[in-house]
Design a protein around this ligand. Structure first.
Ligand code: PEP
Ligand code: MN
Length: 361
């Protein structure tokens, strides 16, 4: 073969490559358009029957020199790449970092949750009496804590355990908080109660057992109150993010995520604190993340190291259950710190530099 013919063939080959490239990309555009039509219709992106039809069609038309098997293999690769293209076309979640690079700061009264300074949420597991709430709140206020918690609707494992004071509990919590210039948070368990709760609460909590109560999530998305969304007992990080998206998709983007431990085979702690969830949640979403060091561990003797770990991995705050008389608490008696223990923990965190000495908490 002459050198001239050789060069000519190579040139032609380059041109054919470019033609293939152009055809591949125009095919990709068609695939993207089809992907957009499928969006929101619940249509599966991968349709094996359609893929088989397309493969049969090209193989039937194949006249060689490539074998049918080779053609099948090549086109499967093209189909696979196109599928990836449709995936990229998927809309990213409202709560996703991809949609918003800055951190969301949830303002709760004087507190900026996610604003760079860690916050502390504290108070008893359950609101029990006016006197109990008064004792706890006055101590917490003295420590500079601004966000008071207390359960009024308690989702208990046993129906025979204390179920909470209901609306009366919300009233006691709210009035106590106001008397001490604090803001308050409590769990709501039914969608019907969400609007009513807004009158009493500064933050509505959705508890672990209700993380996938979708009607509750929708109701929480329809009000203009910050929501504290706790991770389910056996929920993946992705499921927690989708639960938050339910709230955001209804127009409420004031969401605080909470890692509170997940169920594993380990019995040394009540739940297993998934510490890696904190940086992952903060990477995947722009929402603030707090860690509940009481429900995740279920024990008081490791509060300090666990609190340090949570803050070290970037938590925007901590939830710490406190009670004036934990031994006689109507729920979670074992894990609640008494008021002195709480002050000791706070001092340890401040002295070790994990919390600023002049906290906004
Ligand atoms: C609570 O915070 O009162 C509570 C019940 O926690 P969780 O939903 O995480 O179990
Ligand atoms: Mn509790």
């Amino acid at each position: 073969m002459s050198k001239q013919r050789f060069d000519e063939l190579r040139k032609q080959l380059d041109e054919v490559n470019l033609e293939i490239l152009a055809v591949l990309n125009s095919r990709a555009q068609l695939v993207q358009e089809i992907g957009l039509l499928k969006t929101g219709k619940g249509t599966e992106r991968f349709d094996p029957i359609r893929e088989k039809e397309m493969l049969d069609l090209v193989v039937q038309a194949n006249t060689g020199p490539f074998s049918d098997d080779t053609i099948r293999h090549l086109f499967k690769q093209i189909f696979q790449a196109s599928l990836g293209l449709q995936e990229e076309e998927k809309k990213s979640l409202l709560i996703s970092r991809k949609n918003k690079s800055q951190d969301t700061v949830v303002q709760v009264g004087p507190l900026a949750v996610g604003g760079g300074t860690p916050i502390i949420i504290s108070g008893p597991c359950s609101v029990e009496t006016e006197a109990q709430m008064e004792a706890v709140a006055s101590h917490l206020q003295g420590e500079g804590i601004a966000l008071l918690r207390g359960g009024a609707y308690k989702p208990r494992t046993s129906p025979y355990d204390f179920q909470g004071l209901g609306k009366e509990g919300l009233r006691i919590l709210s009035e106590t908080a106001k008397r001490h210039q604090m803001v308050c948070v409590s769990e709501i368990v039914t969608p019907e109660d969400v609007e009513m709760a807004c009158e009493y609460l500064d933050v509505i909590q959705i508890g672990a057992r209700n993380m996938q109560n979708f009607e509750l999530l929708k109701a929480a998305g329809s009000v203009r109150k910050p929501i504290l969304l706790k991770r389910g007992l056996a929920a993946t990080i992705e499921e927690l993010l989708y639960a938050a998206e339910y709230i955001a998709s209804r127009g409420n983007d004031q969401i605080i995520l909470c890692e509170r431990g997940i169920r594993t085979y380990e019995k040394a702690t009540r739940n297993t604190l998934d510490i890696s969830a904190v940086p992952i949640l903060k990477q995947e979403s722009h929402l603030p993340v707090v860690v509940d060091i009481s429900h995740s561990t279920g024990r008081k003797d490791i509060m300090f190291p666990i609190a340090k770990a949570a803050l070290a991995v970037g938590a925007d705050g901590l939830i710490i259950e406190t009670h004036n008389e934990p031994a006689v608490a109507l729920s979670d008696a074992k894990q609640q710190l008494d008021l002195d223990q709480f002050s000791t923990l706070l001092n340890q965190l401040r002295q070790s530099g994990f919390l600023p000495t002049t906290v906004q908490a």
